[in-house]
Every structure is written in structure tokens, then in C-alpha cells.
Design a protein around this ligand. Structure first.
Ligand SMILES: *[C@@H]1O[C@H](CO)[C@@H](O)[C@H](O)[C@H]1NC(C)=O
Ligand SMILES: *[C@@H]1O[C@H](CO)[C@@H](O)[C@H](O)[C@H]1NC(C)=O
Ligand SMILES: *[C@@H]1O[C@H](CO)[C@@H](O)[C@H](O)[C@H]1NC(C)=O
Ligand SMILES: *[C@@H]1O[C@H](CO)[C@@H](O)[C@H](O)[C@H]1NC(C)=O
Length: 390
């Protein structure tokens, strides 16, 4: 009996290990193409070109409709203004129903000095992995039928995260104005929201590893208490949301899916809700340079048209990582066990959120009740055998 039980336990464990290793291989693959500096003024152009090709190829492979949206922006190179061309890369999974578009986005460009994997190769890897598993779930072998449209977007050139002052606007800004607004027929009502992934793998269980600006306590009193009670450990993933209905709906769907799994305890989710009218003071600087901000402040003409968007972030420069990977850092060195878990768990939570909001579970086919019979028979038989042996 014990031997048999062990056999099944082994089989089940092997199955679980298989899914895990398969997913880890995906992450390693994505990250291998994102180790280099991807900036228009970098010494080498190749990492940027290769990353673009890789993202486009992945989108195509998953069966998404690929769009490339070019834009011009201005950056400072050797104290001179230079016009550069950027590429926002978009993959569309169109659903049969109009309206209700949901987006998952991440910056793929980098600054000249920060870690290309931390900021923001890991965010791009999760976006790609979510796209892959979403398309798999919606496919003929998947458990879901897609209803509403999902857009996956990789943004180029976040000029707000470049060192020094740059006059040009970032890629995500152009994406909204040039690509998204026409795509949603210039109607806020056709858009359900964006999930932005920006720096998500810095993790630190040491006391005082989380730095908070002075006004954080005023801006986010509850979160501040929680983090203080935890001795200011950098052990959480922040979910930054605006305090209105459209944003809170998306926030709730994601946090439910994130907290469902016991792995959420590894890096707990800390909600940071920006209530209208609350002065953020210097806490504003924590969250004013990531892509979500262009959704909140969207101004297509004279009238402000805020779009729902939530940001997942480890707070970036406000936290020291406990697993520094010195540059040049390889994908293998970067993928510590902790990071593997964080990436896997985050992409699962986002993918489940998309399935919940944009799809319907397929009705179990008539055939499936038939296939259940042999397995039921089988288990009964096995149980009988076990009892006999025992
Ligand atoms: C960018 O600039 C080039 C020439 O400087 C121009 O041909 C092109 O149309 C511009 N692209 C966009 C999207 O504005
Ligand atoms: C925009 O309008 C077109 C044509 O009416 C429609 O097919 C499409 O679904 C609309 N887009 C969205 C996002 O609702
Ligand atoms: C999408 O936008 C168009 C244009 O404004 C509008 O006519 C349509 O009703 C919208 N669809 C949904 C589902 O909101
Ligand atoms: C499943 O069963 C229902 C009713 O018993 C039947 O109408 C339907 O055609 C069946 N579907 C398939 C795929 O066999």
C-alpha cells in the first residue's frame, strides 16, 4: 500500500513539477532576451533591436494580432536635443463582444544605468507569460471562451525614468494617444482598464529595507501602519489604484486572484489606494513615472478623460533588493527561487483576472461525464487493490 501511495504521490508531484519547470523555462527564455540595455543612446543598439524582435515574435507565436505603433520623441544626448523614433509593440486578442477592452502593459525600454532585468525585463516577462497562458486558455484545448478584447502592450522609451531631464514624452503616452484612443472608438466607456507591471521582483525581508518618503503616512495611512507594524520590510508587492469605482473593480478582481493562492504569502499584496482630494506630497514621486499615470491623466483634447489603470510595483528605488544581481546579470543568475515564485505567482494572478473578466468557462461537454466514469472506476479499483494489499 505504501509503495502504491508513494507511486501516485510521485506521479502527482512529477506532474506539478512539470508545469512549474515548463513555466520557469518560459521565464528564462523571455529574460534571456532582456538582459541588455535598451536605450536609444546606449553604446550598442543590438539589445534593443533584439528585444523588439523577440516580443513581436512571441506575440505572433501566441496567435495575437501584432501591431507596431511608431512615435517620435526627444531626448538629451551629450547635452543636445535629439529626435528619436520609438516602437510600441501591441498584441491584440479580439473578443466577439465590443467594448470592455482590458490591457496588460509593461515598459520594455530601459534607462542607461539601472538593471535591465529588474527594470523592467521582469515586468515584460510576466506580460508575455500572461499573454501566452491567456491564449492557451482561450484556444481549442483551453477551458475558456473569450468574450471581450484583451490588449497586451510593450512600451518603448520611458523618458521619465531616464537619468537627467528629457523634453520628450514617454512611449506609453504616445501609445494612448496614437493607438489606444482610436482603438476604443474614442470612448472611455469601451475601456475596462489597464494592469501595468513596472519593477516587480525586488524583495527584501530585512528590517528597514523599505524606504518611505515623509508624506507617505498622510497619503496612505493604513498602508503606512501595516508596513510600520512589519518593521518596514520590503516584502510586499504594491497595487496602486485610484479610489474610484472603475479602478476599484479592477483592483478587487486582481487582489482576489492574487490572494487566492497560498503563495501570495511569499510577497504579500499591499493595496495603495489614492483617494481623490488627499495630498500626496512627496509620496507622489513614487508613482508618477510609470505608465499608469498617462491613463489617469489622459487628455485627448481639451477635456480630461481619465481611464482606469492599476500599477503593480515593488516601489523600485524605494527598496533595496536582498538579492542583488550585479550587471551584467544573466537570466539564470537573476532567476533565484524567490524571483521564480514571484514571477510565477504574479503572472497567474493576472492571467486568472483576465479569464474572470474577459471570458466564460466552457460548459463541460457531454463527453466529459463519460470520461469521468473510467477514472472513477479506476480509482475504486485502485482503492480495492490497496485495501487487498494492506
Ligand atoms: C517621425 O519623424 C519622421 C521624420 O523626422 C517622420 O517621417 C515621421 O512621420 C514621424 N513619425 C511620427 C509617428 O510622427
Ligand atoms: C469600435 O467600433 C467598431 C465598429 O462599430 C466595432 O467593431 C468595435 O468593436 C468597436 N471597438 C470597441 C473597442 O468597442
Ligand atoms: C464603444 O464606443 C462607441 C463609440 O463611442 C459607442 O457607440 C459604443 O456604444 C461603445 N460600446 C460599448 C460596448 O460601450
Ligand atoms: C449535449 O447534450 C445536449 C442535450 O442532451 C445536446 O442537445 C447537445 O447537442 C449535446 N452536445 C454535444 C456536443 O454532444
Amino acid at each position: 500500500m505504501a509503495a502504491l501511495l508513494n507511486y501516485w504521490t510521485l506521479l502527482i508531484l512529477a506532474g506539478m513539477a512539470c508545469t512549474c519547470t515548463a513555466q520557469q523555462a518560459q521565464f528564462e527564455n523571455h529574460l534571456e532576451h532582456l538582459t541588455g540595455v535598451r536605450h536609444p543612446a546606449a553604446l550598442q543598439n543590438k539589445p534593443l533591436v533584439d528585444a523588439r524582435d523577440y516580443i513581436k515574435n512571441q506575440f505572433r507565436q501566441y496567435g495575437l494580432d501584432l501591431h507596431v505603433s511608431y512615435f517620435n520623441t526627444t531626448i538629451m544626448v551629450n547635452k543636445e536635443e535629439k529626435q528619436v523614433r520609438g516602437e510600441n509593440i501591441v498584441g491584440v486578442a479580439k473578443g466577439p463582444q465590443s467594448g470592455g477592452v482590458l490591457l496588460v502593459g509593461a515598459d520594455y525600454g530601459t534607462s542607461l544605468v539601472r538593471s535591465p532585468l529588474e527594470d523592467n525585463g521582469a515586468g515584460v516577462a510576466v506580460m508575455l507569460e500572461v499573454a501566452r497562458s491567456f491564449m492557451e486558455q482561450m484556444g481549442p484545448k483551453g477551458a475558456f471562451t473569450q468574450i471581450k478584447t484583451v490588449v497586451f502592450a510593450a512600451f518603448d522609451m520611458n523618458t521619465r525614468e531616464y537619468e537627467g531631464n528629457h523634453p520628450g514624452r514617454p512611449g506609453s503616452y504616445y501609445f494612448l494617444h496614437q493607438w489606444l484612443w482610436p482603438f476604443i472608438n474614442q470612448s472611455v466607456d469601451n475601456f475596462s482598464g489597464a494592469v501595468i507591471l513596472d519593477s516587480i521582483t525586488k524583495f527584501n525581508r530585512n528590517i528597514n529595507s523599505q524606504f518611505l518618503p515623509a508624506d507617505f503616512a498622510v497619503a496612505f495611512p493604513e498602508a503606512n501602519e501595516r508596513i510600520a507594524a512589519d518593521n518596514k520590510k520590503g516584502d510586499f508587492l504594491a497595487l496602486v489604484t485610484r479610489g474610484n469605482e472603475a479602478n476599484l473593480n479592477l483592483n478587487q478582481a486582481l487582489s482576489l486572484n492574487y490572494n487566492k493562492n497560498r503563495k501570495s504569502q511569499l510577497m504579500r499584496l499591499q493595496e495603495l489606494i489614492m483617494k481623490d482630494g488627499v495630498t500626496l506630497g512627496n509620496a507622489k514621486e513614487m508613482f508618477d513615472h510609470q505608465a499608469h499615470i498617462h491613463f489617469w491623466t489622459f487628455l485627448p483634447s481639451e477635456e480630461n478623460r481619465p481611464l482606469p489603470a492599476i500599477l503593480l510595483t515593488d516601489t523600485d528605488v524605494y527598496r533595496r533588493s536582498s538579492e542583488e544581481c550585479h550587471i551584467p546579470c544573466s537570466a539564470q543568475d537573476f532567476l533565484t527561487n524567490t524571483r521564480k515564485e514571484i514571477l510565477g505567482h504574479t503572472s497567474q494572478a493576472v492571467a486568472h483576472t483576465l479569464a474572470d473578466l474577459q471570458a466564460e468557462r466552457k460548459p463541460s461537454e457531454n463527453g466529459s461525464s463519460m470520461t469521468a466514469v473510467p477514472s472513477l472506476l479506476m480509482s475504486t479499483l485502485l482503492l480495492a487493490v490497496c485495501l487487498l494489499l494492506y
